[in-house]
Write a protein that binds this ligand. Structure first.
Ligand SMILES: O=C(O)CCC(=O)C(=O)O
Length: 288
């Protein structure tokens, strides 16, 4: 099922993204990715946070939205970054404008090491919550939700992609797991209310459910900014152990993902082979 072809080194870049000026975010991002590649030159997979190029706010998404084409500033920036460092790049997310339906989406773009765009995932589950005394957020005020599960082939094997709130929906990760993903990758931006409640739990649960790695990459928390990101970017292994975790500020975390850890978990507790699709439905068979 899940194939990770060989050990792979990954870096999650938790930088102070979300500044109003795109160019400031690009400069900061470039600096941090360069630092990652200097500190760990054999890194092959790099992940950026949700809404890495602009402010995460419903009032800002349309203003900052870009049509996905080679000449768009964020597409060009990410493509150049992947090619320059010869990495598979899960490029966080950006607000995307669909010229056909005029909808705005929260979209993750994935590039190969030649800079080619190899997949795009539109956030499927919109972050619409109301927690009195905590946080109220309604992405659906200005965003549309995507309608496809995204699994992307990379030289290392398949990655499943979700975005932040998507991680609360086990079906999405199950679809990717059953399609053979070795890791779920979620560019994210949890907050200081739901982060302490559920961030670690959700990552560990998605790992244990599907016996694969889970990678969550957050922006750094910026004191005084409108949206207080939780930080704590992390990597959870197939047993649900957190093997790397950032604090709240700017930080890069690294880990080596190991195919044997996946196989070992599946030998010991083979839940992925013990499912009862004779009793309940396999959501991956008819998922889009
Ligand atoms: O699920 C949560 O608690 C936070 C989700 C979120 O911040 C997002 O989807 O951007």
């Amino acid at each position: 099922m899940s194939v990770l072809k060989s050990k792979v080194k990954v870096a999650l870049v938790q930088f102070a993204s979300g500044m109003p000026e795109k160019v400031v975010n690009f400069q900061n991002c470039q600096k941090f990715v360069a630092r990652a590649m200097q500190e760990q030159p054999d890194t092959e997979l790099v992940v950026l946070p949700e809404c890495f190029n602009s402010t995460y706010a419903t009032s800002e998404f349309r203003k900052n939205a870009e049509v996905i084409q080679d000449a768009s500033p964020s597409v060009k920036f990410l493509s150049d970054l992947a090619r320059k460092h010869q990495i598979t790049l899960v490029g966080g997310t950006i607000p995307e404008l669909d010229p056909v339906n005029d909808g705005v989406y929260n979209t993750c773009l994935i590039f190969d090491k030649t800079g080619k765009l190899i997949a795009r995932h539109r956030k499927m589950h919109l972050f619409d919550v109301n927690i009195p005394g905590g946080i109220t957020f309604q992405e659906s005020e200005t965003l549309k939700g995507g309608n496809r599960c995204t699994t992307v082939d990379t030289p290392h094997g398949k990655l499943g992609i979700g975005i932040c709130y998507d991680m609360r929906f086990p079906e999405l990760a199950a679809v990717s797991g059953r399609r053979g993903a070795f890791a779920m990758v979620y560019p994210s931006a949890f907050n200081t209310t739901t982060g302490p409640l559920h961030w670690h739990l959700l990552a560990r649960a998605r790992s244990v459910d599907n016996e694969l790695y889970t990678l969550l990459c957050s922006p750094a928390r910026v004191p005084g900014s409108g949206y207080q990101a939780y930080g704590h970017s992390l990597i959870s292994d197939p047993q649900g152990n957190i093997i790397a975790e950032a604090g709240e500020g700017e930080e890069i975390i690294y880990a080596e993902l190991d195919p044997e850890k996946i196989q070992q978990m599946r030998r010991m507790i083979p839940v992925v082979n013990q499912v009862r699709f004779d009793v309940y439905h396999d959501v991956s068979t008819d998922a889009k």
